[in-house]
Design a protein around this ligand. Sequence first.
Ligand code: ATP
Length: 194
Amino acid sequence: MVKVIGLTGGIGSGKSTIAKYLVSLGYPVYVADDAGRKVMRFPEVIQAIKEKFGTAIFDNQQLNRAALAKIVFEHPEKLQELNAIVHPAVRNDFKKWLEENQDSPYVFYESAILFESGSYTNFDKIITVTAPLETRIDRVLKRDSTDREQLLKRIKAQWTDEERVAKSDFVIENLDIDLAKLKMDEFLKILTIN
Ligand code: ATP
């Protein structure tokens, strides 16, 4: 049975960068964020969103993702309702993906909210990518069109590095990317032995 390794980290820690490195080595990586966006185009998911949130967040049958994001950001209970629609659809999609990737000894599941979503109990091992808070802030401000205040709100809504690290099997501190990749190589060796 293929082993599933969870890969997580706070905003700007560099988990996607590490995930891309794993892909370059030939490992299958399921990106939960991308899957979330994908399932929101499934007709049954669109229908469920319409029923729960009404048609005001649709422009000509097209889901206005920004309008939906604003609602769930301002109302945490609405976020739970949206998650109750999207998370089962992602779980289903992942199950199918896993069946297609049974030939690999390991697959990786990258998610920013591995712990926050409660899904962390489903993995054989968990890797957390960390970086100092100010480094993460600098990276994201360079990458995204957001401001420090918005970003800090998003960071506050996530677990802290300390909380994530306490529940992880491996930790990669990502400051120098070459060193972080070497650390990943080390973990791949440990995984192969165990
Ligand atoms: P998010 O949760 O916001 O998607 P993430 O944890 O997936 O973030 P990445 O997108 O991999 O983080 O990295 C954030 C930014 O920092 C990117 O622009 C990436 O190129 C850059 N970055 C990643 N690792 C390093 C590093 N070691 N040194 C410098 N820049 C880095």
